[in-house]
Ligand binder design. Structure first.
Ligand SMILES: C[S@@+](CC[C@H](N)C(=O)[O-])C[C@H]1O[C@@H](n2cnc3c(N)ncnc32)[C@H](O)[C@@H]1O
Length: 269
């Protein structure tokens, strides 16, 4: 394994924080263990040469490799189920009554390998039943890591990732493969649109959102980065819409434009 000098470590931490929001200041060990092999394979003599290359050239491929290695992508279907109960029991009944244009706009920001947006898509189909065809329920799902987005688009998962999924859903919304893994059914898969998006960038999608899921993403951001992102989310939320964050995360209630509804759940009033 390569070693990294304190100076190079600080240069890399600073670059990643400024460009991608991710705070690696306590992750020296993670950086060396996850990046060393790839740096050597790519032909760099040491961390110093690699960091010079990244900072000076902003080379897309090297940055992609770095993000694929450094981001934490852990997720599973129906994670933090309270939010999905709230979606089904409170948010959807209200939106279905209110939205005359029959468009529901939901964004999974930091979607990782797709379990979260596919879970949302299943809740939507389950709730709307036969009415689903009359609604535009497409879910936007974005992440900064190409690697997880490719896995999301492949839509094949180990049985372990489905451990919280009810049996009925396993038959209706998945196909069990001969090797024991599960493929997401085409009608659930086609309802999710995956895009690469860096949450540090301005949010310029054509529509505003009724619900933004940004769960277990800002956990890696420092406070000013988090505050600025939540402010951008606020402007991208429809009146009455929601922001859902991870249950182990918190927002600064005093500086917050959203109204606190319950743990990890905020509304634009
Ligand atoms: C732990 S996963 C969360 C997955 C899912 N939302 C959940 O709660 O299970 C965090 C995801 O945030 C993504 N991420 C981190 N920084 C990002 C950024 N600046 N822009 C977009 N996505 C980012 C990572 O690539 C990773 O896939």
């Amino acid at each position: 394994m390569l070693t990294i000098t304190d100076q190079d470590f600080l240069r890399l931490v600073d670059y990643v924080q400024k460009n991608f929001g991710i705070d690696l200041s306590k992750k020296k060990q993670l950086i060396t263990s996850r990046l060393s092999n790839s740096i050597v394979t790519a032909g760099f003599a040491d961390f110093s040469a690699y960091i010079n290359h990244i900072i000076q050239t902003s080379d897309k491929n090297s940055i992609e490799m770095m993000l694929n290695k450094l981001t934490t992508n852990y997720t599973y279907f129906l994670r933090e189920a309270n939010h999905f109960d709230f979606l089904k029991n409170t948010i959807l009944p209200r939106l279905i009554k209110q939205k005359k244009n029959k468009v529901l706009s939901i964004w999974s920001a930091g979607c990782s390998s797709g379990e979260e947006p596919y879970t949302i898509s299943m809740i939507l189909k389950d709730y709307l039943g036969a009415q689903a065809a009359a609604w535009d329920t497409r879910v936007l799902a974005t992440d900064i890591s190409q690697k997880v987005l490719a896995q999301a688009q492949n839509a094949i998962y180990e049985a372990e990732s489905l451990s919280k999924i009810p049996d009925r859903w396993k038959t209706e919304y998945f196909k069990k493969l001969p090797d024991g893994r599960y493929a997401v059914a085409p009608h659930i898969k086609s309802n999710v649109i995956f895009r690469t998006f860096n949450l540090m960038n301005p949010i310029q999608f054509k529509i505003k959102f009724d619900v933004i899921f940004c769960r277990n993403v800002m956990i890696y951001f420092d406070q000013p980065t988090k505050d600025a992102l939540v402010n951008r989310f606020y402007h991208a939320t429809n009146a009455g819409g929601y922001l859902l964050i991870g249950h182990s995360e918190s927002l600064n209630k005093e500086r917050l434009a959203y109204k606190y509804i319950m743990p990890a759940t905020y509304q634009k009033i």
